[in-house]
Design a protein around this ligand. Structure first.
Ligand code: HEM
Length: 413
């Protein structure tokens, strides 16, 4: 893996794959938003970083100038188009038909029906660590829950969980600065979904009613009203996108929620006493600790917030920074569990707004309330400084060791 030269100046030499970014990106973004809202770097063949709410909002909606055909910035040349991940790597007009075909699987109704299953998975995960004095909120719980939920939706055996984790990490984290890791993860994921599709095709009418079968039979409705089946590349790409989109994002959010509560006893006590606050608290956690920063390919020379940006390069839309912009949010640097009017951008904006937001919210509500019922008291078992954060498009704590005090009735004597 290539050595990364240290950053000399975040405004002119940023490196979103550096360890410093992973650890301190909220502070770095706050400085840039204030002093250089569109930062630049010569790294990555020249790239930009957009940090203000108004600029991110405008750029995310301008799909003609800013293309989704590349959504991560790694050491690949920008013209070397990476993975095909429909619908996220499609621009209009190709994007809409594919997205609309997938949306029903993530409707509020479909998601609500899944809630008891998610609760059962959460209970089982907590049963597996019951009685331990220390539980890792990230490794034992937050990272397991969405992997199992996606496995359930896909209709694949739970034993595939570790592979989902390895492939997701390989594409979204370790593979960003080591392209061989990314290539291997991509090949294995594609082969896996291709074989699953084959099995369902072979099963014919006996194929299980799951997300892989839904994608196998998906049809895109074109603007002229005609429909066509997905191509095999679209099917594999869509399943790949759902795996990537559904796992790391949600586990990063649930992990950081437990990290926050393990270091803010007042917030923990309030949520335990007032569980009705969980929905608004989840929105505030999503705003305050937004995990996703996504890239765009710049089609033609353009301007963002008065700064020129060059066609043929890439730029990052820092949704986490938009969500702390004082021009848009009051008291942006305070986490307020019952914040009202919280129109955050954690799920993005415009045509690519997260397709899985209903599912993500439900998993976070169920995951958090199940944890709090089991563990109303806990605290971080290491120094906050020692927490390591993942680099890449999805930011979250890698490990969150939490000390669980013995129940009060056991210590009272
Ligand atoms: C806390 C959890 C999640 C967060 C913070 C999140 C965030 C995002 C963001 C910011 C985007 C927009 C990307 C862009 O601007 O190009 C996005 C798109 C997407 N997300 Fe999520 N996501 C989460 C969970 C999920 C889940 C559970 C799924 C489904 C299983 C999912 C599937 C997708 C898909 C398919 C897209 C692409 C939509 C399109 O291009 O039309 N996400 N997500």
């Amino acid at each position: 893996m290539a050595e990364r030269p240290p950053v000399t100046d975040w405004a002119t030499d940023f490196d979103h794959l550096s360890d410093e970014w992973a650890k301190h990106s909220p502070e770095i973004l706050a400085d840039l938003r204030d002093q250089c809202p569109v930062a630049h770097t010569e790294r990555f063949f020249g790239a930009y970083l957009v940090t203000r709410h108004t600029d991110i909002d405008a750029a995310a909606r301008d799909t003609e100038t800013f293309s989704n055909r590349i959504t991560i910035i790694n050491d690949n040349h920008p013209d070397n188009v990476g993975l095909e991940l429909p619908p996220i790597t499609l621009d209009p007009p190709q994007h809409g038909p594919v997205r609309r075909a997938l949306l029903p699987s993530f409707s509020p109704k479909a998601t609500e029906a899944l809630a008891p299953t998610v609760a059962a998975i959460a209970e089982r995960l907590l049963d597996e660590v019951a009685g331990q004095e220390t539980v890792d909120g990230a490794l034992d719980y937050a990272q397991m829950l969405p992997v199992e939920v996606m496995g359930h939706l896909f209709g694949v055996p739970p034993e595939i969980g570790p592979s989902f984790r390895r492939w997701t990490d390989g594409i979204l984290k370790d593979g960003l600065s080591d392209l061989d890791i990314a290539r291997t993860a991509a090949r294995e994921t594609q082969e896996f979904f291709a074989s699953q599709l084959r099995a369902r095709r072979d099963a014919g009418d006996a194929a299980p009613d799951d997300l892989i079968t839904t994608v196998l039979n998906a049809e895109a409705e074109e603007p002229d009203g005609t429909t066509r089946p997905f191509s095999e590349r679209e099917r594999i790409g869509a399943l790949f996108t759902l795996m990537l989109g559904g796992i790391d994002t949600t586990w990063s959010s649930l992990g950081v929620i437990l990290l926050h509560l393990g270091t803010h006893p007042d917030d923990l006590e309030r949520l335990v006493d007032e569980p009705a606050l969980i929905p608004s608290a989840v929105e505030e956690f999503l705003r305050f600790y937004s995990p996703v920063t996504i890239a765009r390919y710049i089609n033609t020379d353009a301007e963002i917030g008065g700064c020129p940006v060059s066609g043929g390069h890439r730029m990052l839309l820092a949704y986490p920074s938009a969500n702390r912009d004082p021009d848009y949010f009051e008291r942006p640097d305070e986490l307020i569990l019952d914040r009202e009017d919280n129109r955050h951008m954690a799920f993005g904006v415009g045509v690519h707004r997260c397709m899985g937001s209903n599912l993500a919210r439900m998993e976070l509500h169920v995951g958090l309330s199940t944890w709090l019922k089991r563990y109303p008291r806990f605290e971080l078992d290491v120094d906050l400084e020692d927490i390591t954060w993942s680099v890449g498009p999805v930011r979250g704590p890698r490990s969150v060791p939490l000390r669980i005090p013995a129940p009060r009735h056991m210590t009272a004597a």
